[in-house]
Design a protein around this ligand. Structure first.
Ligand SMILES: Nc1ncnc2c1ncn2[C@@H]1O[C@H](COP(=O)(O)OP(=O)(O)OP(=O)(O)O)[C@@H](O)[C@H]1O
Length: 520
């Protein structure tokens, strides 16, 4: 019991309330830097240490391999779960939705099917190209068309829209397929994709979740086996849950039947921040987080964590102002900084992209002269294509750096075990051999998407102009609001200092001058 009390040390009152409410549905809405990860990992560790939960029946799901590794590292520090135990059934399981589902599928496959366990498609683009050839009888397929078709197929699948329903839903929801295709034509392509996949004996990423849903619906024994392995479910980043993920977790809990009966296992804790929904393009929506009480209520606890322990009041003030201009601002928490006042947020306008990159490199050198390490600094961009010029400038300034790019939202959720091990070692501050990293890994250049969940002492948020942030020219509405949330996520990565900048033109000659971002 004494050990359990130690686990709660260093939590504030609201965090502690969240960590000690162990039964029934719990919702935690946590602003950026409010200790969301700290709170859920302590909650799990506390519940296991007091004996309230059985570790082997605890499942915590996250959206990326990186987040799952971070959670496992923190749980290991707290004495539960950890790398060695993951998947062995002896400790807490912290995994992505997809790897948890893949494990379950593996566990019940031979009981529900005689066919061999299907292969996971290596390159979905290849299957899409083949499907396009089947439908159009053409071989010269433009990679951009493949990319757009693939995105639409993925969107349809995670939105739970089967081929047979696609046309009807397009009509009802006024949805247009990409590349000016007619819904009927796209449905043919979608069908050809599914057939091509089946003929290869392969499944795609979303099929993992769809298959587990199907098994839970139609195979009561297998469903019971899967359900009994989940006594206590925690879902991180619940604001990014897709309809498919939502369906799966409802089935895990024993609900979602055709009679619409309420979930049977009510030991579910969801954690998220509506202001950090940045995967709407991939079917995510904070709808489920906001209506959690309607679905699972009465709640045992409904907690808001609004104290930002990460960022200075200057950074937090700007983050709040960005959200205050949103039409749906009432959905967002207003943050309060727990820190002493710090540096003013700097704003700089450069003439060209190259000058912006050189200016940022010079400022990083200055910070280093004052004692900062390169890895304390991050340059955040809206898109991958902005990054090269910053790499060149850092190299010219003799600064080491590493690059984080958007690797496609799906590939971040199910990497191979090597990538997953790397992420775990990184989260524990170790290198690939398990030796503590002595060398500074360098300045981070990252897209905002890839920096989600990370924090840096000094953040350079670059390209703060119309066209880049917000990207393109979104009309007021959901697309514009997603860009606003990206700005918020970027700003809130900063601990001590935040530097905003943009360049008037790409190369100094452009006829059109860029205008500052409307969000600032
Ligand atoms: N009660 C607390 N006292 C002191 N520091 C805290 C407390 N809670 C959280 N922190 C610190 O605040 C920072 C953010 O915490 P954590 O990484 O758990 O955040 P998060 O809420 O998951 O972040 P985000 O949602 O922005 O990614 C960390 O450096 C953490 O150590």
């Amino acid at each position: 019991m004494e050990q359990a009390q130690t686990i709660l040390e260093g939590l504030d009152e609201q965090q502690r309330r969240a960590a000690t409410t162990l039964n029934g549905p719990v919702r935690i809405i946590a602003g950026a830097g409010a200790g969301k990860t700290r709170t859920v990992t302590r909650r799990i560790a506390y519940a296991c240490a007091t004996g309230a939960w059985k570790p082997e029946r605890v499942l915590a799901v996250t959206f990326s391999v990186k987040a799952a590794a971070e959670m496992r590292a923190r749980l290991a520090q707290l004495g539960v779960g950890g790398a060695a135990r993951q998947g062995t059934g002896q400790g807490v399981t912290a995994a992505t939705f997809h790897s948890a589902a893949l494990n379950q599928l593996n566990g019940v496959w031979t009981d529900v099917c005689d066919a061999p366990f299907p292969h996971l498609i290596e390159d979905q683009r290849d299957v899409v190209a083949q499907a396009i050839t089947r439908v159009t009888a053409r071989n010269d397929i433009d990679p951009l068309t493949v990319r757009d078709m693939l995105a639409e197929i993925n969107w349809a699948k995670i939105s739970l829209i089967p081929v047979a329903e696609y046309e009807r839903i397009c009509k009802a929801a006024n949805h247009r397929p990409p590349s000016g295709l007619e819904p009927e034509r796209f449905a043919k392509l979608y069908d050809a994709y599914e057939q091509e996949k089946t003929s290869r004996g392969e499944i795609d990423f979303d099929d993992i979740l769809l298959l587990v849903c199907h098994i839970m619906d139609d195979f009561p024994d297998a469903a019971a086996q899967i359900r009994s392995s989940i006594g206590w479910l925690t879902v991180d980043e619940y604001q990014d849950v897709s309809p498919l993920q939502h369906r799966l977790l409802t089935l895990w809990l024993g609900g979602g039947g055709p009679d619409g009966k309420a979930a049977m296992n009510r030991n579910v804790c969801v954690v998220g921040d509506p202001a950090q929904t940045i995967y709407s393009f991939a079917g995510a929506s904070s709808w489920d987080l906001l209506r959690f009480a309607d679905e699972f209520g009465p709640l045992s606890a409904d907690i808001n964590l609004g104290i930002d322990y990460r960022s200075t009041p200057e950074v937090v003030g700007l983050a709040n102002r960005v959200l205050a201009a949103a039409p749906n601002r009432d959905d967002y928490l207003k943050l309060r900084s727990a820190r002493d006042p710090g540096r003013r947020v700097s704003r700089t306008v450069y003439d060209t992209d190259v000058e912006e990159a050189q200016g940022v490199a010079a400022r990083i050198r200055k910070l280093m002269a004052a004692g900062a390490k390169p890895s304390d600094c991050a340059i955040l961009t809206r898109i991958n294509a902005q990054q090269a010029v910053f790499g060149t400038a850092l190299r010219a300034a003799g600064l080491k750096f590493r690059v984080r790019r958007d690797a496609g939202w799906q590939s971040t959720a199910l990497a191979d075990s090597a990538a997953s091990k790397r992420a775990l070692l990184e989260a524990m501050g170790l290198d690939a051999t398990g030796i503590r990293q002595e060398d500074d890994p360098g300045v981070t250049i990252s897209t905002i998407h890839a920096a989600k969940g990370l924090e840096f002492k000094h953040v350079f948020l670059v390209g703060c102009s119309e066209g880049l942030l917000p990207y393109g020219a979104p009309a007021p509405g959901e697309s514009l609001e997603e860009e606003r949330r990206l700005m918020y996520v970027g700003i809130t990565r900063a601990e001590d200092s935040l530097h905003l900048s943009y360049a008037r033109t790409k190369d100094g000659y452009g006829a059109q001058q860029r205008r500052p971002s409307r969000f600032l």
